[in-house]
Design a protein around this ligand. Sequence first.
Ligand SMILES: *Cc1c(COP(=O)(O)O)cnc(C)c1O
Length: 530
Amino acid sequence: MSGINASGWKPEMARIEGDAPTTSTGNRALMLEEPLIFEIGSSNTTGVDFADAPTHTSRLGGLERTAEMGIPGLSEAETVRHYTRLSRQNYAIDLGLFPLGSCTMKHNPRLNEKIARMPGFADIHPLQPQDTVQGALGVIDQLAHWLITLTGMTSVAMSPKAGAHGELCGILCIKAALDARGEDRPVVLVPESAHGTNPATAAFAGYKVENIPATPEGRVDLAALKARLGPDIAAVMITNPNTCGLFEPEMKAISDAVHAVGGFVYCDGANFNAIVGRVRPGDLGVDAMHINLHKTFSTPHGGGGPGSGPVVLSEALAPFAPLPFVHRDGGAWRLVEEENVGEDLPHSFGRMTAFHGQMGMFTRALAYIMSHGTDGLKQVAEDAVLNANYVLRSLEDVLDAPFGGSGPCMHEALFSDKGFAEGFTTLDLAKGLIDEGYHPMTMYFPLVVHGAMLIEPTETESKAALDQFIAAMRHVAGQAKAGDEALKGAPYYAPRRRLDETLAARKPILAWAEPAVASGSGNYEKPGGG
Ligand SMILES: *Cc1c(COP(=O)(O)O)cnc(C)c1O
């Protein structure tokens, strides 16, 4: 294992072209090496110059810190350089195309960021008196109106803070609706291609999860679904477009069949960007659907940044929506926070969050929606689908496209590792793609396809950018099929070579300890060791 502490660069880690010498610093021109911040600074130095605190009487009852804090003291310039150097070792949406599927890493227009940073939105507090935050409440209400209109639904719960959180909200609405009917239905049906969050949500809400099989064309098997429907089914959770990048054309028939036995239809709307402005899920019989604002309406995600997962609800589920919500009384907006107050939602199942949701994401999403308008949003969907189909058709002669024969895809193109040389895997291809200057695509998901590669270019890439990416893909696909041994060693040009990703994921070393103290504890590995 080369150290996952990421500090142990050795010259032999980089394959230097031709007779290029190794450098004395380990740097390669603009590719700068960077140690850990603890290895640069020392807790004996400080970057700031505070006068000693005057003597005072402690009110901490003997709990005050006596030992050093143990954080490195760096000057502002040293700190800025450290993090800037690290950031240059990363791949970012502002550097190039992100082919990740099922994840829609979008361009984040600077306009959205500017609006979200306006002090009237950015500097307010959720506990401020409501008459001082009328503009912010107005933003929530206006975004809610757009989401309801675009989906053809009755109401929307704005507070959930991510897609998975929205799923939980929707399933809890369904549970509350069934409770109100006095029905105990223990089972939620989920297609086998579903995103992992779907079965996790249903299980978390106390349901037993059963799989619905897929047809060879990658769609829900309607006959198998119908055969399983009955009075024990609380809901089906269906992603549309699904995680194979395909539209479920039988969605209305699925909804009708589920409703006929008294169940509810949950739609995972993470892929709404493929159909926004073209299809209204409400018309397909959906009862609840979360919208990942951070996947469809441009707000940044990745790196664990804030998400936002409002859930649109049908007439049947609207009465059970969580608190709080924005209500307009005459000219003023009001955040309804109490249950059972007058006519305000006496059946609400409770709360998902302490406050009203992710304000910064609301502001960004509304700015994005308003700058596109209804016609622009429709074009977003059309261009996203066009770009994905361009990738699909440009690669299907070099990569196996398991559903390529069943018509166009939606917003993402799916390939398998069929046809790779013996011993060559999707992982090898992905590592080769890093050397070509691209972040790899989503790999090994969905599970229904062997060695899956899921590519979602999104609507913001130009044909020129797609052509460059396609050329890089064709090259590495050719290497994988030909069994080019060089691919096995990739990446050669990344700051680190092949890391033990399983070990890094299973046993991450998240806390730094003085090497001297930790040498026997196994808590810290010497740079470049092993
Ligand atoms: C991303 C995604 C989710 C989960 O959304 P988060 O915001 O990451 O919680 C659920 N379903 C699908 C299909 C997704 O792509």
